[in-house]
Design a protein around this ligand. Structure first.
Ligand code: SAM
Ligand code: SF4
Length: 333
Protein backbone atom coordinates (compact mmCIF):
# COMPACT_ATOMS: atom_id res chain seq x y z
CA UNK A 1 0.00 0.00 0.00
CA UNK A 2 1.13 3.55 -0.59
CA UNK A 3 0.47 6.82 1.25
CA UNK A 4 -2.57 7.45 -0.96
CA UNK A 5 -4.26 4.15 -0.14
CA UNK A 6 -3.53 2.46 -3.46
CA UNK A 7 -2.69 -1.23 -3.17
CA UNK A 8 -0.29 -2.71 -5.71
CA UNK A 9 -1.83 -6.08 -6.54
CA UNK A 10 -0.57 -6.17 -10.14
CA UNK A 11 3.13 -6.92 -10.60
CA UNK A 12 4.84 -6.34 -13.95
CA UNK A 13 7.95 -8.48 -14.21
CA UNK A 14 10.56 -7.60 -16.82
CA UNK A 15 12.40 -10.78 -17.82
CA UNK A 16 15.07 -9.15 -19.97
CA UNK A 17 16.00 -5.72 -21.31
CA UNK A 18 16.98 -7.21 -24.68
CA UNK A 19 14.84 -7.21 -27.77
CA UNK A 20 14.80 -8.55 -31.32
CA UNK A 21 12.89 -5.55 -32.71
CA UNK A 22 13.89 -1.89 -32.63
CA UNK A 23 10.60 0.02 -32.44
CA UNK A 24 11.54 3.64 -33.05
CA UNK A 25 9.45 4.90 -30.11
CA UNK A 26 11.28 2.49 -27.78
CA UNK A 27 14.94 2.12 -28.71
CA UNK A 28 17.52 3.18 -31.31
CA UNK A 29 18.21 1.04 -34.39
CA UNK A 30 21.59 -0.05 -33.04
CA UNK A 31 20.05 -1.34 -29.80
CA UNK A 32 21.23 -0.42 -26.31
CA UNK A 33 23.97 -1.38 -23.88
CA UNK A 34 22.24 -4.49 -22.53
CA UNK A 35 22.53 -5.50 -18.91
CA UNK A 36 25.45 -7.79 -18.11
CA UNK A 37 24.33 -11.40 -17.56
CA UNK A 38 25.47 -11.45 -13.94
CA UNK A 39 23.23 -8.46 -13.19
CA UNK A 40 20.11 -10.15 -14.55
CA UNK A 41 18.11 -12.21 -12.07
CA UNK A 42 18.22 -15.97 -12.58
CA UNK A 43 14.98 -17.88 -13.13
CA UNK A 44 15.10 -19.07 -9.50
CA UNK A 45 15.62 -15.52 -8.20
CA UNK A 46 12.69 -14.22 -10.25
CA UNK A 47 10.44 -17.01 -9.01
CA UNK A 48 11.45 -16.33 -5.42
CA UNK A 49 10.58 -12.64 -5.67
CA UNK A 50 7.25 -13.42 -7.36
CA UNK A 51 6.48 -15.89 -4.55
CA UNK A 52 7.22 -13.19 -1.95
CA UNK A 53 4.91 -10.80 -3.81
CA UNK A 54 2.06 -13.34 -3.89
CA UNK A 55 2.58 -14.95 -0.46
CA UNK A 56 3.46 -11.86 1.61
CA UNK A 57 2.39 -8.75 -0.30
CA UNK A 58 -1.05 -9.55 -1.70
CA UNK A 59 -0.11 -9.55 -5.40
CA UNK A 60 -2.66 -11.56 -7.41
CA UNK A 61 -1.79 -10.67 -10.98
CA UNK A 62 1.57 -11.08 -12.73
CA UNK A 63 2.40 -9.77 -16.19
CA UNK A 64 5.62 -10.87 -17.87
CA UNK A 65 7.20 -8.27 -20.10
CA UNK A 66 10.55 -6.77 -21.08
CA UNK A 67 12.41 -6.06 -23.41
CA UNK A 68 11.12 -9.08 -25.23
CA UNK A 69 10.08 -11.75 -22.71
CA UNK A 70 10.09 -14.55 -25.32
CA UNK A 71 13.88 -14.13 -25.48
CA UNK A 72 13.97 -15.66 -22.02
CA UNK A 73 14.53 -19.41 -22.42
CA UNK A 74 13.16 -20.22 -18.98
CA UNK A 75 9.88 -18.36 -19.54
CA UNK A 76 7.69 -21.48 -19.52
CA UNK A 77 9.28 -22.65 -16.24
CA UNK A 78 8.82 -19.22 -14.64
CA UNK A 79 5.16 -19.19 -15.73
CA UNK A 80 4.58 -22.70 -14.39
CA UNK A 81 6.17 -21.81 -11.03
CA UNK A 82 4.03 -18.66 -10.85
CA UNK A 83 0.75 -20.38 -11.62
CA UNK A 84 1.56 -23.01 -8.95
CA UNK A 85 1.46 -20.25 -6.29
CA UNK A 86 -1.75 -19.49 -4.40
CA UNK A 87 -3.13 -16.07 -3.53
CA UNK A 88 -4.67 -15.31 -0.12
CA UNK A 89 -8.05 -16.54 -1.37
CA UNK A 90 -6.58 -19.79 -2.63
CA UNK A 91 -6.54 -19.02 -6.37
CA UNK A 92 -3.70 -19.25 -8.83
CA UNK A 93 -2.46 -15.71 -9.62
CA UNK A 94 -3.68 -14.38 -12.96
CA UNK A 95 -0.85 -14.35 -15.48
CA UNK A 96 -0.33 -12.52 -18.75
CA UNK A 97 2.46 -11.92 -21.25
CA UNK A 98 3.17 -8.76 -23.25
CA UNK A 99 5.20 -9.66 -26.31
CA UNK A 100 6.11 -8.51 -29.80
CA UNK A 101 4.96 -11.95 -30.97
CA UNK A 102 8.22 -13.14 -32.58
CA UNK A 103 8.52 -16.86 -31.80
CA UNK A 104 5.08 -16.94 -30.18
CA UNK A 105 3.75 -19.34 -32.80
CA UNK A 106 6.31 -21.92 -31.66
CA UNK A 107 5.85 -21.36 -27.95
CA UNK A 108 2.11 -20.81 -27.50
CA UNK A 109 1.26 -24.45 -26.76
CA UNK A 110 4.05 -24.71 -24.16
CA UNK A 111 3.01 -21.45 -22.53
CA UNK A 112 -0.60 -22.60 -22.36
CA UNK A 113 0.55 -25.90 -20.84
CA UNK A 114 2.51 -23.91 -18.22
CA UNK A 115 -0.78 -22.27 -17.24
CA UNK A 116 -0.31 -18.81 -18.79
CA UNK A 117 -3.59 -16.86 -18.79
CA UNK A 118 -3.53 -14.27 -21.55
CA UNK A 119 -1.30 -12.69 -24.17
CA UNK A 120 -0.99 -9.12 -25.40
CA UNK A 121 0.73 -8.77 -28.76
CA UNK A 122 2.20 -5.44 -29.82
CA UNK A 123 1.51 -4.54 -33.44
CA UNK A 124 1.35 -1.02 -34.86
CA UNK A 125 0.69 -1.67 -38.54
CA UNK A 126 -0.62 -4.29 -40.95
CA UNK A 127 1.60 -3.07 -43.79
CA UNK A 128 4.90 -4.79 -44.32
CA UNK A 129 6.79 -1.67 -45.43
CA UNK A 130 5.57 0.28 -42.40
CA UNK A 131 6.38 -2.59 -40.05
CA UNK A 132 9.95 -2.46 -41.37
CA UNK A 133 10.08 1.33 -40.93
CA UNK A 134 8.77 1.18 -37.36
CA UNK A 135 10.61 -1.88 -36.04
CA UNK A 136 13.65 -2.03 -38.36
CA UNK A 137 12.88 -5.72 -38.99
CA UNK A 138 10.88 -7.44 -41.75
CA UNK A 139 8.86 -9.69 -39.42
CA UNK A 140 5.19 -8.74 -39.82
CA UNK A 141 4.16 -12.28 -40.84
CA UNK A 142 5.76 -13.77 -37.71
CA UNK A 143 3.81 -11.42 -35.47
CA UNK A 144 0.52 -12.25 -37.18
CA UNK A 145 1.27 -15.97 -36.92
CA UNK A 146 2.17 -15.54 -33.25
CA UNK A 147 -1.11 -13.82 -32.38
CA UNK A 148 -3.09 -16.42 -34.24
CA UNK A 149 -1.27 -19.35 -32.58
CA UNK A 150 -1.75 -17.81 -29.14
CA UNK A 151 -5.46 -17.48 -29.81
CA UNK A 152 -5.67 -21.09 -31.03
CA UNK A 153 -3.81 -22.25 -27.89
CA UNK A 154 -6.48 -20.66 -25.69
CA UNK A 155 -4.35 -17.71 -24.55
CA UNK A 156 -7.13 -15.23 -25.32
CA UNK A 157 -8.82 -12.91 -25.36
CA UNK A 158 -5.80 -11.64 -27.30
CA UNK A 159 -5.19 -7.95 -26.88
CA UNK A 160 -3.28 -6.05 -29.54
CA UNK A 161 -1.25 -3.01 -28.38
CA UNK A 162 -0.72 -0.35 -31.03
CA UNK A 163 1.18 2.94 -30.87
CA UNK A 164 0.29 5.50 -33.56
CA UNK A 165 3.07 7.71 -34.90
CA UNK A 166 2.33 10.88 -36.81
CA UNK A 167 3.05 10.60 -40.51
CA UNK A 168 3.95 6.91 -40.24
CA UNK A 169 0.88 4.87 -39.26
CA UNK A 170 -1.60 7.41 -37.87
CA UNK A 171 -3.96 6.84 -40.81
CA UNK A 172 -4.19 3.15 -39.98
CA UNK A 173 -6.37 3.22 -36.86
CA UNK A 174 -9.61 2.16 -38.64
CA UNK A 175 -7.85 -0.60 -40.64
CA UNK A 176 -6.26 -1.98 -37.47
CA UNK A 177 -9.64 -1.96 -35.76
CA UNK A 178 -11.44 -3.71 -38.65
CA UNK A 179 -8.73 -6.37 -38.71
CA UNK A 180 -8.85 -6.89 -34.93
CA UNK A 181 -12.66 -7.16 -34.92
CA UNK A 182 -12.53 -9.73 -37.72
CA UNK A 183 -9.87 -11.79 -35.92
CA UNK A 184 -11.63 -11.57 -32.54
CA UNK A 185 -8.80 -9.59 -30.92
CA UNK A 186 -9.23 -6.62 -28.60
CA UNK A 187 -7.31 -3.64 -29.98
CA UNK A 188 -5.86 -1.03 -27.60
CA UNK A 189 -4.10 2.10 -28.70
CA UNK A 190 -1.36 3.36 -26.38
CA UNK A 191 -0.46 7.03 -26.38
CA UNK A 192 3.21 7.46 -27.08
CA UNK A 193 5.05 8.21 -23.82
CA UNK A 194 8.42 9.87 -23.10
CA UNK A 195 10.08 6.52 -22.47
CA UNK A 196 12.22 6.02 -25.57
CA UNK A 197 15.94 5.59 -25.00
CA UNK A 198 16.78 8.38 -27.45
CA UNK A 199 14.66 11.04 -25.75
CA UNK A 200 12.91 11.85 -29.04
CA UNK A 201 9.33 12.00 -27.68
CA UNK A 202 7.60 15.29 -28.44
CA UNK A 203 4.23 16.14 -26.90
CA UNK A 204 3.32 18.42 -29.78
CA UNK A 205 3.73 15.56 -32.25
CA UNK A 206 2.28 12.60 -30.36
CA UNK A 207 -1.16 11.28 -31.34
CA UNK A 208 -3.59 11.90 -28.49
CA UNK A 209 -6.55 9.81 -27.35
CA UNK A 210 -8.86 12.54 -28.60
CA UNK A 211 -7.37 12.32 -32.07
CA UNK A 212 -7.65 8.53 -32.10
CA UNK A 213 -11.31 8.71 -31.06
CA UNK A 214 -11.94 11.22 -33.79
CA UNK A 215 -10.32 8.99 -36.43
CA UNK A 216 -12.29 5.94 -35.28
CA UNK A 217 -15.53 7.88 -34.83
CA UNK A 218 -15.57 8.78 -38.52
CA UNK A 219 -15.90 5.11 -39.49
CA UNK A 220 -17.35 3.34 -36.44
CA UNK A 221 -20.01 3.92 -33.87
CA UNK A 222 -18.32 3.84 -30.45
CA UNK A 223 -20.28 3.30 -27.26
CA UNK A 224 -18.58 3.70 -23.86
CA UNK A 225 -18.06 0.29 -22.29
CA UNK A 226 -17.63 -0.75 -18.67
CA UNK A 227 -17.21 2.85 -17.48
CA UNK A 228 -18.29 1.88 -13.96
CA UNK A 229 -16.22 -1.30 -13.88
CA UNK A 230 -12.95 0.16 -15.14
CA UNK A 231 -11.27 -0.12 -11.75
CA UNK A 232 -7.51 0.03 -12.11
CA UNK A 233 -7.52 -0.89 -15.82
CA UNK A 234 -5.28 1.48 -17.78
CA UNK A 235 -7.48 1.30 -20.89
CA UNK A 236 -10.69 3.23 -21.39
CA UNK A 237 -12.89 1.01 -23.54
CA UNK A 238 -15.66 1.36 -26.11
CA UNK A 239 -17.98 -1.19 -27.71
CA UNK A 240 -17.77 -1.07 -31.45
CA UNK A 241 -19.19 -2.85 -34.49
CA UNK A 242 -18.25 -2.84 -38.15
CA UNK A 243 -21.65 -4.18 -39.20
CA UNK A 244 -20.41 -7.75 -39.34
CA UNK A 245 -18.33 -8.14 -36.19
CA UNK A 246 -18.56 -6.43 -32.86
CA UNK A 247 -16.03 -6.11 -30.10
CA UNK A 248 -14.23 -3.75 -27.79
CA UNK A 249 -11.55 -1.15 -28.51
CA UNK A 250 -9.46 0.53 -25.83
CA UNK A 251 -7.21 3.55 -25.47
CA UNK A 252 -4.46 3.81 -22.88
CA UNK A 253 -4.09 7.57 -22.55
CA UNK A 254 -1.28 7.80 -20.01
CA UNK A 255 -0.28 11.25 -21.25
CA UNK A 256 -3.55 13.13 -21.83
CA UNK A 257 -5.89 11.25 -19.47
CA UNK A 258 -3.65 9.84 -16.72
CA UNK A 259 -5.09 7.16 -14.44
CA UNK A 260 -2.52 7.36 -11.63
CA UNK A 261 -5.24 7.73 -8.96
CA UNK A 262 -6.37 4.14 -9.44
CA UNK A 263 -2.98 2.61 -10.30
CA UNK A 264 -2.47 -0.84 -8.76
CA UNK A 265 0.87 -1.64 -10.39
CA UNK A 266 4.39 -2.32 -9.19
CA UNK A 267 7.34 -3.23 -11.37
CA UNK A 268 10.29 -5.58 -10.98
CA UNK A 269 13.10 -5.02 -13.48
CA UNK A 270 15.19 -7.81 -14.98
CA UNK A 271 18.07 -6.78 -12.70
CA UNK A 272 15.99 -7.01 -9.55
CA UNK A 273 14.99 -3.40 -8.91
CA UNK A 274 11.55 -2.46 -7.62
CA UNK A 275 9.94 0.53 -9.32
CA UNK A 276 6.69 1.93 -7.99
CA UNK A 277 5.88 3.64 -11.33
CA UNK A 278 6.96 3.55 -14.99
CA UNK A 279 8.04 7.16 -14.46
CA UNK A 280 9.75 6.65 -11.10
CA UNK A 281 13.14 8.32 -10.82
CA UNK A 282 14.31 6.02 -8.03
CA UNK A 283 14.53 2.25 -7.69
CA UNK A 284 14.95 -0.13 -4.78
CA UNK A 285 17.53 -2.86 -5.19
CA UNK A 286 16.36 -6.32 -4.14
CA UNK A 287 19.01 -8.24 -6.10
CA UNK A 288 21.90 -7.43 -3.80
CA UNK A 289 19.82 -8.23 -0.72
CA UNK A 290 18.75 -11.49 -2.29
CA UNK A 291 22.34 -12.44 -3.11
CA UNK A 292 23.53 -11.37 0.35
CA UNK A 293 21.20 -13.90 1.95
CA UNK A 294 18.21 -11.77 3.02
CA UNK A 295 15.16 -13.66 4.28
CA UNK A 296 11.77 -13.48 2.54
CA UNK A 297 10.47 -11.27 5.36
CA UNK A 298 13.39 -8.85 5.04
CA UNK A 299 12.87 -8.60 1.28
CA UNK A 300 9.12 -8.07 1.77
CA UNK A 301 9.75 -5.27 4.29
CA UNK A 302 12.04 -3.37 1.93
CA UNK A 303 9.55 -3.91 -0.92
CA UNK A 304 6.69 -2.55 1.25
CA UNK A 305 8.73 0.54 2.12
CA UNK A 306 9.51 1.10 -1.57
CA UNK A 307 5.81 1.09 -2.50
CA UNK A 308 4.87 3.38 0.39
CA UNK A 309 6.86 6.16 -1.28
CA UNK A 310 4.93 6.04 -4.56
CA UNK A 311 3.99 9.53 -5.73
CA UNK A 312 0.38 10.57 -6.35
CA UNK A 313 0.97 10.84 -10.09
CA UNK A 314 3.62 10.64 -12.79
CA UNK A 315 3.83 14.43 -12.89
CA UNK A 316 4.38 14.62 -16.64
CA UNK A 317 2.71 18.04 -16.69
CA UNK A 318 4.82 19.45 -13.86
CA UNK A 319 7.54 21.93 -14.86
CA UNK A 320 10.07 19.86 -12.91
CA UNK A 321 9.17 16.54 -14.61
CA UNK A 322 12.19 14.35 -15.25
CA UNK A 323 12.10 11.41 -17.63
CA UNK A 324 13.07 8.17 -15.93
CA UNK A 325 16.76 7.41 -16.34
CA UNK A 326 15.99 4.03 -17.92
CA UNK A 327 13.96 3.50 -21.10
CA UNK A 328 10.73 1.47 -21.24
CA UNK A 329 12.54 -1.62 -22.54
CA UNK A 330 14.71 -1.75 -19.40
CA UNK A 331 11.89 -0.95 -16.99
CA UNK A 332 9.34 -3.40 -18.38
CA UNK A 333 6.41 -1.95 -20.32
N1 SAM B 1 8.63 -6.29 -26.28
C1 SAM B 1 7.31 -6.47 -25.76
C2 SAM B 1 6.29 -5.77 -26.62
O1 SAM B 1 6.66 -4.96 -27.46
O2 SAM B 1 5.10 -6.04 -26.41
C3 SAM B 1 7.15 -6.06 -24.33
C4 SAM B 1 7.81 -4.80 -23.87
S1 SAM B 1 7.23 -3.31 -24.65
C5 SAM B 1 8.24 -2.10 -23.84
C6 SAM B 1 5.61 -3.16 -23.96
C7 SAM B 1 4.69 -2.20 -24.64
O3 SAM B 1 5.20 -0.90 -24.50
C8 SAM B 1 4.50 -2.42 -26.13
O4 SAM B 1 3.13 -2.57 -26.43
C9 SAM B 1 5.05 -1.18 -26.77
O5 SAM B 1 4.35 -0.81 -27.92
C10 SAM B 1 4.90 -0.18 -25.67
N2 SAM B 1 5.83 0.94 -25.75
C11 SAM B 1 7.17 0.93 -25.88
N3 SAM B 1 7.67 2.18 -25.90
C12 SAM B 1 6.61 3.01 -25.76
C13 SAM B 1 6.46 4.42 -25.68
N4 SAM B 1 7.50 5.25 -25.77
N5 SAM B 1 5.23 4.92 -25.52
C14 SAM B 1 4.15 4.10 -25.44
N6 SAM B 1 4.21 2.77 -25.49
C15 SAM B 1 5.44 2.22 -25.66
FE1 SF4 C 1 11.21 -4.41 -28.39
FE2 SF4 C 1 8.79 -4.14 -27.32
FE3 SF4 C 1 10.54 -2.06 -27.37
FE4 SF4 C 1 9.46 -2.88 -29.65
S1 SF4 C 1 8.36 -2.01 -27.89
S2 SF4 C 1 11.67 -2.44 -29.31
S3 SF4 C 1 9.26 -5.04 -29.33
S4 SF4 C 1 10.77 -3.92 -26.23
Amino acid sequence: MDRFGRVATDLRVSLTDRCNLRCTYCMPAEGLDWLRDDRVLTDAEIVRLIAIAVDLLGVDEIRFTGGEPLLRKGLEGIVAATTALRTADGRSPQTALTTNGLGLARRSAGLAAAGLGRVNVSLDTLRRDRFLTITHRDRLEDVLAGASAASAAGLGPIKINAVLLRGINDDEAPDLLRWALGAGYQLRFIEQMPLDAQGAWDRSVMITAEEILDKLGREFELRPHDTDARGAAPAETWRVTDGEHSGVVGIIASVTRPFCGTCDRARLTADGQIRDCLFATAETDLRQMLRDGATDEQLADVWRAAMWGKRAGHGMDDPGFLRPSRPMSAIGG
